[in-house]
Design a protein around this ligand. Structure first.
Ligand code: NAD
Ligand code: IPM
Ligand code: MN
Length: 354
């Protein structure tokens, strides 16, 4: 593109299933407000991927659409995948895990911060008293899809899934986490089950031990994940950067989210430097509340905030984050946060403050 052309941020919108479309519509409303207030150029394109299409056509993530997402966009803003009509979850595996794995988006960053003391289920924790960044490995562990069933649906059925760690996978994630710790409170804890999962989780400890001396300014420790879950509940302020493999990171991130208001407030970014990045709320498709207006759009809107920040649009990102925090503090929010607004009303409220 010629140098004089305005720089557009190209965003692919992949709403998905259940409440996914509801929260992505809300985020787009906030994006429109960002554009009106701060200018800057965005282009958006909707992608019709999900259970509905799979049930109609059998397609999950066709190659042409995958290639377009990979090659034509700076960022993907994604809702959620999962539909009770597809119990095998095959479309979610192809689309959601497919994007993470095929784009090799190895960092899944899930920031968790308490913005209002009333949202913490623990006693006596003030705003800011929980402030951690979960750095979840996003391409390996038991998510590699290696395994299967032998003699299915017989009394001799055998089921197997492989947990896989690679030295490269541990090293690159820990490198990211150490660098992140340097921009925060200089603390990093690796959470694993190396006591039971000697090889796959032992490798994480080996990688940490080798890298830690390069970061003498970062206090690097390890915790077994079961103890980490307890400690995170009783002493959440001790946690700064929390590293876990794909499965441990998944579980701890929902726990951490519960400490600050729940899944409706938890954003995430899946990244690999130089590649299209994927932004999505941590929550799923919430089939139990779809169509009721109860879906909290703040996790999706905060994921948009992460997108803006990564694009260098710091002022816009700050404005989005501040408006989201204000909506929580002023109870201009959905019932999960003790508010009485609908998804669309929260979107309009946040958009107006941006
Ligand atoms: P879920 O996150 O969809 O819902 C768990 C609980 O939290 C439900 O009670 C739901 O109503 C509530 N909740 C979730 N998001 C909310 C929001 N934004 N506002 C208010 N309440 C919210 O998890 P689940 O019920 O275990 O899974 C449902 C489906 O979603 C499954 O198919 C699962 O595989 C899928 N899933 C997808 C993703 C993803 O796409 N990233 C993540 C998690 C689960
Ligand atoms: C998440 C979800 C997914 C995961 C599921 C839907 C496969 O729980 O994004 O946290 O485990 O990664
Ligand atoms: Mn999860």
């Amino acid at each position: 593109m010629p140098a004089w052309m305005p720089q557009f941020t190209r965003i692919a919108l992949v709403p998905g299933d259940g409440i996914g479309p509801e929260v992505i519509r809300a985020a787009v409303q906030v994006l429109d407000a960002v554009q009106a207030r701060f200018g800057g150029g965005f282009t958006t394109q909707w992608f019709d991927l999900g259970a509905e299409r799979y049930l109609k056509t059998g397609e999950t993530l066709p190659q042409a659409e995958f290639a377009s997402l990979r090659d034509n966009f700076d960022a993907i803003l994604l809702g959620a995948f999962g539909d009770p009509r597809v119990p095998s979850n095959v479309h979610a595996k192809d689309i959601l895990l497919g994007l993470r794995q095929r784009l090799d988006l190895y960092v899944n960053l899930r920031p968790v911060r308490l913005v209002d003391a009333r949202l913490c289920p623990l006693k006596g924790v003030q705003a800011g008293g929980v402030d951690m960044a979960i750095v979840r490995e996003n391409t390996e562990s038991v998510y590699v899809g290696i395994g299967g069933s032998f003699k299915p649906d017989t009394e001799d059925e055998v089921a197997q899934n492989t947990m896989l760690s690679t030295r490269k996978g541990c090293d690159r994630l820990l490198r990211y986490a150490f660098e992140l710790a340097r921009t925060r409170r200089h603390k990093l804890v690796l959470c694993d089950k190396a006591n039971a999962i000697e090889s796959a989780h032992g490798l994480w400890r080996k990688s940490l031990k080798a890298m830690a001396p390069q970061y003498p300014d970062v206090q690097a420790t390890t915790l077994y994940a079961d103890v980490a879950a307890m400690r995170m509940t009783t002493h959440p302020h001790e946690f700064d950067v929390v590293v876990g493999d794909n499965m441990i990171g998944d579980i701890l991130s929902d726990l951490a989210a519960a400490l600050v208001g729940g899944l409706g407030l938890a954003p995430s970014a899946s990244t690999h430097p130089g590649r299209v990045a994927l932004y999505e709320p941590v929550h799923g498709s919430a089939p139990d509340i779809v169509g009721t207006g109860k879906a909290n759009p703040l996790a999706a809107i905060l994921s948009l905030g992460m997108l803006l920040r990564d694009q260098g649009l710091t002022q816009a990102a700050d404005a989005v984050e501040a408006a989201c925090a204000q909506s929580v503090v002023e109870r201009a929010c959905t019932p999960d946060l003790d508010g009485s607004l609908t998804t669309e009303q929260v979107a309009a409220w946040v958009a107006a403050r941006v």
